[in-house]
Design a protein around this ligand. Structure first.
Ligand code: 5AD
Ligand code: SF4
Length: 436
């Protein structure tokens, strides 16, 4: 038997790309490929890219530059660009980067094996009518205790700053039965926690027995799977927080008390300019309803600072909203103009204004994060062990609120779900001991 061929995948960007990279590796396994962590020994290198901000794109071109010596030394090595930059700039990549052998957009991964076999520098960025995930091979291989599962792709919202509607296309959901089958397969392989993914996951509307059902219903159906102990989902839009989903946070103990609900800004003027289609007040009322359903829920968000036209007063309104909500953590980004989006036409703010606002916002969020971690001390929670810690007799995993926890547990094993009491908080994690 010949030696297996080696596949190296570098993943940039969001969790959906992490999931897609896994699926691509599984799709290449029947072609005789095993994955490697070392790019230099690969026969096929895939760069699974992100287009969300300019920096993400710059990384692709510098990484391609770094692959040049490999391609010179072993010209038979194939280099592929996949993901959202492939979708947006496929032809340009081929023109600028002669070392690239294939370009495959996110909707064409089921054709990756054929494209990798083919010569002639193929570019496949079609949006096919067929359901890509159902044409990819079934999930395989050994698993850790946590897994991602994409249930929805694309976005119809058209926020003025965002490339996603262009790179991932219109909203599309996988049928409930397909999701359940994939989840059962993951649980059989040792998974105990599944994070449902979608660019707009709470806009999920899958088919079940001829009816159209929402994410709340899907979560209830998944919760019936024995051996699946924890369910999460990300990332959501405030306007799609349907009643059945809020009810699932109240009624379904397997749904973890954590919600990433990006608001982007606390200023109605900026929200309007961003085409978010909700006001700050709507978001705050929504948070009230979610907290009424699940009082201990931990909220996180995304924020963009320095959006075109943002005034000091707009920024103050964002800080004000943050103070009112009280987040457990948040991602914050400097606005980055993306080609083809409406906001890219507008004049940018001076860099020093944006920098100062980002700094101030991150300081406030950090205070809230520390407060949220500190408030856990003395409380009980469950932790799903993901790996051994650095200290002997220590296990590391996530709490119900997705906080990293180091547990002193001599007999702990990866995959154990253990009741613990939090003993201390540091700036980004917790320490705990099992409850006897
Ligand atoms: N500039 C800065 N941040 C952006 N995001 C999306 N598009 C841009 C952009 N053009 C952020 C949003 C989104 C997160 C995934 O990335 O906050 O929620
Ligand atoms: Fe980046 Fe958005 Fe594509 Fe994810 S979907 S890889 S965040 S551009």
């Amino acid at each position: 038997m010949s030696d297996p061929k080696k596949l190296f995948i570098k993943t940039y960007g969001c969790q959906m790309n992490v999931y897609d990279s896994e699926r691509m590796a599984e799709a290449m396994a029947p072609e005789g490929y095993v994955t490697t962590e070392v790019a230099e020994e690969a026969d096929l290198v895939l760069l699974n890219t992100c287009h969300i901000r300019e920096k993400a794109g710059e990384k692709l071109y510098s990484d391609l530059g770094r692959l040049r010596p490999l391609k010179l030394a072993r010209p038979e090595v194939k280099i592929g660009v996949t993901g959202c930059i492939a979708q947006a700039e496929g032809a340009e990549i081929m023109q600028r980067m002669p070392l690239v052998d294939l370009v495959v957009g996110p909707q064409a991964y089921h054709r990756l094996p054929a494209l990798a076999r083919a010569g002639g520098r193929p570019v496949d960025t079609d949006f096919p009518a067929e359901a890509k995930f159902d044409l990819l091979p079934e999930r395989s291989g050994r698993r850790g205790p946590t897994a991602f599962l994409t249930v929805q792709e694309g976005c119809d919202k058209f926020c003025a700053f965002c490339v996603v509607p262009y790179t991932r296309g219109a909203e599309a959901s996988r049928p409930v039965d397909r999701v359940l089958a994939e989840a059962r397969g993951l649980v059989e392989r040792g998974v105990r926690e599944i994070t449902l993914l979608g660019q707009n996951v709470n806009a999920y509307h899958g088919q079940r027995n001829g009816a159209d059902v929402g994410l709340g219903h899907l979560i209830e159906a998944l919760a019936e799977i024995e051996g699946l102990d924890r369910i999460r989902y990300t990332t959501s839009h405030p306007n799609d927080m349907a009643d059945d989903l809020i009810a699932a946070h109240r009624d379904q103990p397997k749904l973890m008390p954590y919600l990433h609900l990006p608001v982007q800004s606390g200023s109605d003027r900026s929200l309007k300019a961003m085409n978010r289609k909700h006001r700050a007040e709507d978001y705050l009322r929504l948070i009230d309803r979610i907290r009424a359903a699940r009082p201990d829920i931990l909220l996180t968000s995304d924020f963009i600072v320095g959006f075109p036209g943002e005034t000091d007063a707009d920024f103050e309104a964002t800080l004000d909203l943050i103070r009112k909500v009280g987040y457990g953590a948040a991602f914050s980004f400097k606005y980055s103009p993306r080609p083809g989006t409406p906001a890219a036409e507008k004049p940018e703010l001076p860099a020093e204004v944006t920098d100062a606002r980002l700094y101030a916002l991150q300081a406030l969020i950090l205070d809230q994060q520390h407060a949220a971690l500190g408030a856990m001390v003395g409380r009980e929670t469950s932790v799903l062990y993901e790996k051994p810690g650095r200290l002997p007799g220590q296990m590391v995993g996530k709490s119900e609120h997705l906080m990293a926890v180091h547990v002193a547990d001599e007999s702990g094993k990866v995959g154990d779900l253990v009741r613990v009491r939090i003993t201390a908080a540091s700036s980004n994690s917790l320490a705990a001991a099992p409850v006897l």
